[in-house]
Design a protein around this ligand. Structure first.
Ligand code: 5GP
Length: 219
């Protein structure tokens, strides 16, 4: 495990890999952002899109229906179950998982193309997907987005005010499982401030060697 200042980084379980390892210069390492539902991943991604268009965010395929304001090909590629099956069977997805009754997956070729041409590349995916990426691309960097406290996560989930209590309870139960997986990740960013998290992510994506100085969890 390596610590530096107010920094928290952990050795990924079972990989023997330490933060700071990175690919030969021609190819960039893939960065994965994951964390419990309600922690603010999509807000972080929206801010990255707005402020750092040089970073390429993979657009996932999903069987979920679009929410108001979501654009096909921008936020997701919205497909039906049959098309999703086809993508899985033909090996076109780098990883995929089921989440809350819908399926989500990362188109493989688009990611490989960006990595080969040296474009900083980020996936925002769930824990199951992050584990698959860990297995298939062990050189990737897995970043865990954590809430400042468990109480804060609960407050944020309830604060949306849109979900009934049983749905909140299910998400909180899933959140507990996801929080328990934190140490499978290479490092943790605590989401106390969206702009701060984005700044640290950008540093990770564009300056992998600086990685040990940009996590932010107090030891
Ligand atoms: P939402 O429906 O709120 O947009 O996303 C639900 C969950 O699916 C989030 O945790 C999000 O990170 C995850 N997710 C989005 N795209 C992918 C993907 O391509 N693969 C996996 N494994 N999870 C994804």
């Amino acid at each position: 495990m390596s610590w530096s200042g107010n920094v928290r980084a952990h050795e990924a379980v079972g990989t023997g890999k330490r933060v700071g390892d990175f690919l030969p210069s021609r190819e960039r390492r893939l960065t994965v952002l994951s964390g419990p539902s309600g922690v603010g991943k999509s807000t972080v991604v929206a801010e990255l899109r707005r402020a750092h268009p040089q970073v390429w965010l993979s657009v996932s395929v999903t069987t979920r229906r679009p929410r108001p304001g979501e654009v096909d090909g921008v936020h997701y590629f919205f497909v039906d179950g049959e098309e999703f099956d086809r993508l899985v069977e033909s090996g076109e997805l780098l990883e995929w998982a089921e989440f809350a009754g819908n399926r989500y997956g990362t188109p493989r070729q688009a990611v490989l193309d960006r990595l080969t041409s040296g474009v900083p590349t980020l996936l925002e995916i769930d824990l199951e997907g992050a584990r698959q990426v860990r297995r298939s691309m062990p050189e990737s960097l897995l970043v865990f987005l954590a809430p400042p406290t468990w109480e804060e996560l609960e407050k944020r989930l309830r604060g949306r005010g849109t979900e009934p209590e049983d749905v909140i309870a299910r998400r909180l139960a899933a959140g507990r499982i996801e929080m328990a997986a934190e140490r499978e990740f290479d490092l943790t960013l605590v989401n106390t401030d969206v702009k701060d998290v984005c700044r640290r992510l950008i540093a990770l994506l564009t300056d992998p060697q600086g990685v040990t100085t940009i996590t932010n969890r107090e030891v």
